[in-house]
Write a protein that binds this ligand. Structure first.
Ligand SMILES: [Zn+2]
Length: 274
């Protein structure tokens, strides 16, 4: 039963992560190339992955692998720690993917793309365009007017572009891109919440640890106090006894040696009393 439940939650987690991995792969494809996207399979959900195992699985040399990783590192998408190989004397790098950073970058790139498409859309709506079908060159109305509606390259007369079709195409692409951005944004937020939760967990753990230490200290102090009190309680009667004994001895040896000061004092007090 317990194992069944466990695998169920794992499946759910895998599904969500599959979505994320697909997005992360598109970042790598965009930044580097299609062959490098498998690096995501090797890094996603793991920490400190040995670069030699990455190179082996990518079927690349260690230098080729490092070049990819350094490039990703420049974008803040991966981080590394290095450890010295004691036997060989060189450093080995261990890499960790920053999922949040990767999703943020993807979102940023898609938003830029959206900006370009929206500018194209406005441009199409604002004015007419003309095209030379021979050279496949398109110009805006102003340029067409300047050229007297004739292509300067081949002297063919311009034709009016079918803006409606182009506008429709751009509009479709804008919608598609917006949906994509929504997906990425949702994943980025999910990742952010995950990081936040982990942070809160760490803070709580640290607080618990502190409280535990405080409690232990308090307990230790209490025990110490009790010990001291017990010691004091044992000593107290003895102290009083010695005090009385001392007084007696002072009375007995009024004029003679022992402590000079005390004899003077006692004599003074005697005088004042008289
Ligand atoms: Zn032309």
């Amino acid at each position: 039963m317990a194992t069944k439940n466990k695998s169920k939650t794992k499946d759910k987690k895998d599904n969500v992560d599959k979505k994320q991995i697909k997005l992360l792969k598109s970042v790598i494809e965009d930044l580097i190339n299609k062959q490098s996207v498998t690096i995501i399979d090797l890094l996603a959900g793991k920490k400190n992955v040995n670069e030699f195992s990455i190179a082996e699985k990518l079927k690349l040399t260690i230098n080729q692998t490092r070049n990819i990783l350094y490039k990703l590192s420049d974008y803040g998408l991966v981080s590394f720690i290095r450890k010295k190989d004691k036997r060989k004397g060189w450093y080995i790098y261990f890499w960790t993917l920053d999922t949040y950073q990767s999703l943020s970058l993807l979102e940023e790139k898609l938003k830029k793309k959206l900006g370009v498409l929206e500018a194209q859309f406005r441009n199409r709506k604002d004015g007419r365009h003309y095209v030379c079908n021979t050279c496949s060159i398109e110009v805006n109305e102003e340029t067409a007017l300047l050229n007297e509606f004739t292509c300067p390259e081949c002297e063919e007369v311009y034709e009016l572009s079918d803006d409606a079709e182009i506008i429709e195409k751009i509009d479709k692409n804008i919608l598609k891109l917006k949906r994509e951005i929504e997906k990425v944004s949702a994943e980025r937020i999910r990742q952010e919440e995950k990081i936040d939760k982990e942070k809160q967990k760490k803070i709580k753990k640290a607080e618990k640890e502190k409280e535990k230490k405080r409690r232990e200290k308090r307990l230790a102090n209490k025990i110490l106090k009790e010990k001291l009190n017990k010691k004091a309680a044992k000593k107290k009667p003895a102290k009083e006894a010695t005090k009385k004994a001392a007084k007696k001895s002072i009375k007995k040896t009024k004029k003679s040696k022992p402590v000079k000061k005390s004899t003077k004092k006692t004599s003074k007090t005697k005088k004042s009393k008289k």
